[in-house]
Write a protein that binds this ligand. Structure first.
Ligand code: HEM
Length: 495
């Protein structure tokens, strides 16, 4: 991948005019605080293609030297253009603007591969690398993870304190993080190789902290410095693990073992150690916070829709009779599928697809110069009244006989960059929900407002989500004093 200095072409897509001096920074701060709310206002004022700042952007996602501005768009036609024109809309590593710092010192070297994986390659390179990864995500392979998913979910559910208020987001994160670690490395956390999972989570957490991008100085006490420390440890541990797996040889059932053995059918090339590190960091980062978030929002929506929760429990008990789902039984749970689809429509865990234009192009009638950051909104497309009647209503039954196109409904994106882990995620979410709901009833606890996070990448409940865990007694109710917070802008809750 080459990073070039671009001609300073101007962006002419309509957007707010910044006030002098701090105006641009103020706009950016407001955007980062709440990307969904901020862009909703932009779309209302300027239409389905709008810009944040004309005449010079910020490059928060783009690692290129110059960014003419940020453009936001939604709607099926814009989704189609951006997700199908791979040579025009490029993706860059997860480290965003920090990727520019990779050559600064020995300490910044891990930035050369961390978060690169499939995110940081384009064109033919992406096609080839994705082909090498595909076998690890084929149906039969994913299904082989069923027993691990069941035993990890069981062990987390066994440890829950009944009658206590618990942060459901934290619990879901623990379960999906342990599943990701086990399926990627073949080890649960706490077991030797499982340490990589913990380090990956720490690096990811610091990378997501805005202080890391605002103060990228390698000085003790700063989050950037701490992130580089963890990255160095992670590199050492991962390289040792890869070498150990190479010596042992054979397919030990985990994703990493499979990637080590992957070989291009035409060229015979295998993945280098740096490429392996990149893929593992991306698969882990993309694969556990997303599923945990989908689970947390779904549990929230079920807690606020007692009728749906009761019908879902009837379906689960009728088919599974209290047992963890087998692969065959998972196919016999249509309401479970609809609940998850509807939850990911209303409260999309990944609300944006970020891209950078590799050449001048046109979107929605506007010229976009090379280097423009383009954010295409999955969330706002999912809330279009032209596609979904009562779009803010959580109505799983709408999916009966309803088949929107992939550009109208795309929680996993669309085109050749569609989420490679979608099958894995759906199976994992179904397994965990089924096992949890047959055993426990989750009572929403209105202690704090339910607000969305800034949602630059994943839209999580900002303050977590407190719920009391009860034995499943079918006493479904919304909780005494109602829900407040900006979640009410996104979904209409029954009174
Ligand atoms: C509910 C859970 C998940 C959601 C909502 C989700 C969503 C997405 C989206 C929207 C993209 C495309 C981003 C873009 O084009 O800018 C994506 C890509 C990706 N996802 Fe997921 N994802 C989920 C779970 C997973 C899991 C479990 C894994 C791995 C085990 C995974 C691995 C990946 C990878 C590697 C890519 C990059 C694909 C490429 O560029 O070719 N995701 N995901």
């Amino acid at each position: 991948m080459t990073v070039t200095t671009l001609n300073k072409a101007k962006l002419t897509v309509p957007g707010p005019r910044p006030l002098p001096i701090f105006g641009r920074t103020l706009l950016l701060t407001n955007y980062i605080k709440d990307t969904i709310g901020f862009s909703k206002k932009l779309f209302k004022t300027y239409g389905s293609v709008a810009s944040l700042v004309q005449g010079g952007g910020f490059g928060i996602y783009s690692p290129l030297d110059y960014c003419p501005g940020m453009v936001f768009a939604y709607g099926p036609e814009n989704v189609r253009q951006v997700t199908s024109q791979h040579d025009v809309y490029y993706k860059y590593p997860l480290t965003g603007g920090l990727y520019r710092r990779r050559d600064e010192s020995k300490r910044t070297e891990p930035l050369k591969h961390f978060g690169v994986g499939l995110f940081g390659v384009n064109g033919n390179n992406h096609r080839q690398q994705r082909q090498l990864l595909m076998p690890a995500f084929h149906k039969a392979r994913i299904e082989s993870y069923r027993d691990d998913m069941v035993s990890i979910a069981q062990s987390v559910l066994d440890g829950l304190d009944i009658g206590q208020p618990l942060n459901i987001c934290q619990i879901m994160r623990e379960v999906t993080m342990r599943i990701a670690t086990k399926t990627l490395f073949g080890a649960d956390i706490g077991e030797g190789a499982g340490n990589c999972g913990t380090l990956l989570q720490r690096v990811g957490y610091l990378l997501g902290n805005t202080k890391t991008s605002i103060f990228p100085y390698d000085i003790p006490g700063l989050t950037y410095h701490q992130m580089l420390n963890y990255m160095a440890q992670l590199d050492d541990e991962m390289r040792a693990l890869i070498r150990q797996k190479r010596v042992t040889g054979g397919d030990t059932g985990d994703v990493l073992a499979m990637l080590i053995q992957a070989r291009d059918a035409e060229t015979g090339l295998t993945l280098t150690e740096d490429e392996l590190l990149g893929h593992v960091s991306v698969i882990f980062s993309a694969g556990h916070e997303t599923s945990a978030t989908a689970l947390s929002w779904t549990l929230f929506l079920l807690s606020q829709h007692p009728d749906v929760a009761a019908d879902l429990l009837d379906e689960l008990e009728g088919v599974l009779q209290g047992e963890p789902p087998t692969i065959e039984k998972l196919q016999q749970l249509p309401l479970l599928e609809r609940v998850i689809k509807e939850s990911m429509r209303v409260l999309s865990p990944v609300p944006w697809n970020g891209r950078v234009t590799s050449q001048p192009t046109e979107l929605g009638g506007y010229e976009l110069p090379e280097g423009t950051e383009v954010y295409i909104s999955i969330y706002h497309t999912h809330h279009m009244a032209e596609i979904y009647s009562d779009p803010e209503k959580f109505n799983p039954q709408r999916w009966e006989g309803f088949e929107p196109t992939m550009h109208e409904y795309n929680p996993f994106s669309a085109g050749s960059r569609i989420c490679i882990g979608a099958g894995f995620a759906m199976m994992e979410i179904k397994m965990i929900l089924a096992m949890l709901l047959m055993r426990y009833r989750l009572q929403f606890l209105p202690q704090e407002p339910v607000n969305r996070s800034g949602a630059l990448i994943v839209m999580v409940p900002k303050n977590g989500m407190k719920m009391i865990i009860r034995k499943q007694d079918r006493e479904f109710n919304q909780g005494a004093s109602g829900v407040w917070g900006n979640v009410r802008e996104m979904v209409q809750l029954p009174q």
